[in-house]
Ligand binder design. Structure first.
Ligand SMILES: *[C@@H]1O[C@H](CO)[C@@H](O)[C@H](O)[C@H]1NC(C)=O
Ligand SMILES: *[C@@H]1O[C@H](CO)[C@@H](O)[C@H](O)[C@H]1NC(C)=O
Ligand SMILES: *[C@@H]1O[C@H](CO)[C@@H](O)[C@H](O)[C@H]1NC(C)=O
Ligand SMILES: *[C@@H]1O[C@H](CO)[C@@H](O)[C@H](O)[C@H]1NC(C)=O
Ligand SMILES: *[C@@H]1O[C@H](CO)[C@@H](O)[C@H](O)[C@H]1NC(C)=O
Ligand SMILES: *[C@@H]1O[C@H](CO)[C@@H](O)[C@H](O)[C@H]1NC(C)=O
Ligand SMILES: *[C@@H]1O[C@H](CO)[C@@H](O)[C@H](O)[C@H]1NC(C)=O
Ligand SMILES: *[C@@H]1O[C@H](CO)[C@@H](O)[C@H](O)[C@H]1NC(C)=O
Ligand SMILES: *[C@@H]1O[C@H](CO)[C@@H](O)[C@H](O)[C@H]1NC(C)=O
Ligand SMILES: *[C@@H]1O[C@H](CO)[C@@H](O)[C@H](O)[C@H]1NC(C)=O
Ligand SMILES: *[C@@H]1O[C@H](CO)[C@@H](O)[C@H](O)[C@H]1NC(C)=O
Ligand SMILES: *[C@@H]1O[C@H](CO)[C@@H](O)[C@H](O)[C@H]1NC(C)=O
Length: 427
């Protein structure tokens, strides 16, 4: 009995000890991790050479917990650092290895002046979900890195000095990526077709680089895509017709490239599109007669400086969300629809350098435009528009900032409200 009691007492104390020891060990491990986090952040502080708001000097001091430091968020239970956001502090300096911040989910250094390379450890941080280095001076090539942040959702490296080719296997190990912003760099080479392995991708922005080659047709496999922004590169070839399979696409911005070929029904029949920007390529084709019904949500339609032809279908006036309609520098002909003024949200109408006319010498399309109270810019230069300026155009004097009607045969009295604001040269 006694023996049993003392045995059980020993067992109890052993169990206690075991529990206690476990707790002590766990606490020690946790505080080790916290110390590791603190060391990593103090290493970052050491790499900052210019700190105009004294963020680091006054706030990131080792006698206070890292969890109270500006820009730091900790997990309430583990006290590990989960977010590091020191965006918009005008900081200069470099970025040390941060791989020891092993619970980090958000890393936001955007809008500073950090330079040097992106430390390699960042590309393998498996807890990271948001990486934002937008608007810094980071340099070096990303070509040789394996993007292996297996939890990453959002990568933003826009406006830095990074260069090289995009890694061919960029999407092999980042299956959950939703947004990739790599604008304003000096990336060259092709858009990797392996992008199609980022099956969750919703936003793809590679504008203002030096990318060449064709747009990979595999882009049509990325069924979640909402935005494709590839403008201001050197892309050539045709717009892959697979893009028309993207049933969630809202923005297609491919301007300022060397794209060729016909663009017609499949693209102009994507009812989800809000933004279509194809400016300055060598694209041709005509606008489908039902375009305004097929693009019910379009807000920006910019086809300027291409070789589109045919008429402007009067159904365009059904696209009542249009704020920008720019068709200048093509070879459109026929009548400007008299009902164009049904586009009440129109702020920008550009029809310059086409072969467009009006149905009447009273330029009834212009009278109808008097309904567009938000119209800021109207450009009709270089069309064979014979007729008289209707006086109702004066109703736009509050909104109009730019009115370009030179090199048309438009005559008549220019309403006082307009003539005092603009200079006219008719010929
Ligand atoms: C990462 O943590 C380990 C272990 O605490 C330490 O030895 C190493 O110096 C740390 N590395 C960096 C770059 O902080
Ligand atoms: C650092 O800044 C945070 C947030 O403004 C503040 O709560 C904290 O007290 C500051 N710490 C020190 C040491 O100034
Ligand atoms: C923490 O240390 C800094 C100097 O590193 C000192 O200025 C500050 O007063 C200390 N704060 C506290 C709360 O001890
Ligand atoms: C990073 O911070 C900026 C503001 O400083 C914010 O606009 C941006 O959305 C943040 N990035 C992410 C990925 O949350
Ligand atoms: C990606 O990370 C995982 C986990 O650390 C590792 O096992 C794998 O080898 C890495 N893959 C590559 C290609 O680096
Ligand atoms: C862009 O690529 C062309 C060749 O396609 C090259 O001549 C030019 O130097 C590159 N520009 C930049 C800024 O890398
Ligand atoms: C991706 O698209 C290509 C070409 O459009 C197609 O041949 C291929 O089967 C697609 N791959 C997957 C995994 O859907
Ligand atoms: C446009 O799309 C609709 C379905 O969204 C389809 O029924 C119609 O045939 C398409 N028209 C053209 C010309 O492709
Ligand atoms: C259109 O692109 C060509 C090169 O393809 C360029 O030379 C020209 O300046 C661009 N035009 C405009 C108005 O940007
Ligand atoms: C301009 O359009 C008219 C018909 O409106 C057509 O007869 C003429 O050939 C066109 N001119 C050019 C240069 O396309
Ligand atoms: C233009 O304004 C006049 C009054 O100044 C008004 O009678 C006329 O209906 C207006 N026209 C349009 C098209 O809004
Ligand atoms: C006037 O427009 C015609 C086309 O209608 C064009 O050929 C000519 O170059 C234009 N002139 C000016 C000065 O813009």
């Amino acid at each position: 009995m006694e023996r049993n009691l003392s045995l059980s007492m020993i067992t109890v104390s052993l169990t206690h000890c075991l529990l206690l020891c476990l707790v002590v060990a766990a606490t020690a491990a946790a505080s080790n991790n916290i110390i590791t986090d603190q060391q990593a952040l103090l290493a970052l502080k050491d790499h900052i050479t210019y700190d105009p708001t004294n963020l680091f000097a006054h706030n990131w001091t080792s006698n206070t917990s890292v969890c109270t430091w500006i820009g730091i968020t900790c997990d309430v239970n583990s006290h590990r650092v989960t977010a590091l956001d020191i965006s918009q502090f005008n900081l200069q300096g470099t970025i040390p290895q941060l791989g020891n911040l092993s619970s980090l989910t958000t890393l936001n250094f955007s809008h500073n002046k950090l330079s040097g390379n992106v430390p390699s450890s960042i590309y393998t941080m498996h807890t990271l979900k948001f990486l934002d280095f937008t608007d810094n001076q980071l340099s070096g090539s990303v070509s040789s890195f394996v993007f292996n942040m297996s939890s990453i959702l959002d990568i933003r490296l826009t406006n830095n000095r990074l260069s090289g080719e995009l890694p061919k296997n960029i999407c092999n190990y980042i299956p959950y990526l939703k947004a990739l912003f790599l604008e304003k760099k000096m990336f060259h080479g092709k858009i990797p077709s392996a992008l199609s392995k980022c099956k969750q991708l919703q936003q793809l922005n590679l504008q203002f680089n030096n990318l060449s080659g064709a747009i990979p047709k595999e882009i049509g496999n990325l069924t979640m895509l909402k935005g494709i922004y590839l403008g201001y590169n050197k892309l050539h070839g045709e717009i892959p017709h697979e893009i028309a399979n993207l049933r969630n696409l809202e923005a297609l911005a491919l301007g300022m490239n060397n794209l060729v070929g016909v663009v017609s029904a499949p693209i102009f029949n994507m009812s989800t599109l809000k933004i279509i920007i194809l400016i300055n390529n060598s694209l041709f084709g005509s606008l489908p007669s039902r375009i305004g019904l097929s693009l019910p949500t379009v807000e920006h339609l910019n086809l300027e400086l291409n070789r589109f032809s045919g008429t402007i279908p009067s159904s365009i006036t059904n696209a009542c969300k249009l704020t920008l309609l720019e068709l200048g520098g093509n070879t459109f002909s026929g009548l400007i629809p008299d009902t164009i003024g049904n586009l009440r949200n129109l702020e920008w109408l550009g029809l310059a350098y086409n072969n467009l006319t009006s149905s009447t010498s009273k330029l009834s399309f212009l009278s109808s435009l008097a309904n567009c109270k938000k119209l800021r810019s109207l450009n009709l230069i270089g069309n064979p528009l014979d007729g008289f300026l209707p006086s109702s155009i004066g109703n736009l004097s509050m909104s109009l900032e730019t009115l370009l009607i030179t090199n048309c045969s438009i005559s008549g009295n220019i309403p006082q409200a307009i003539s005092t604001k603009y200079l006219f040269q008719n010929n």
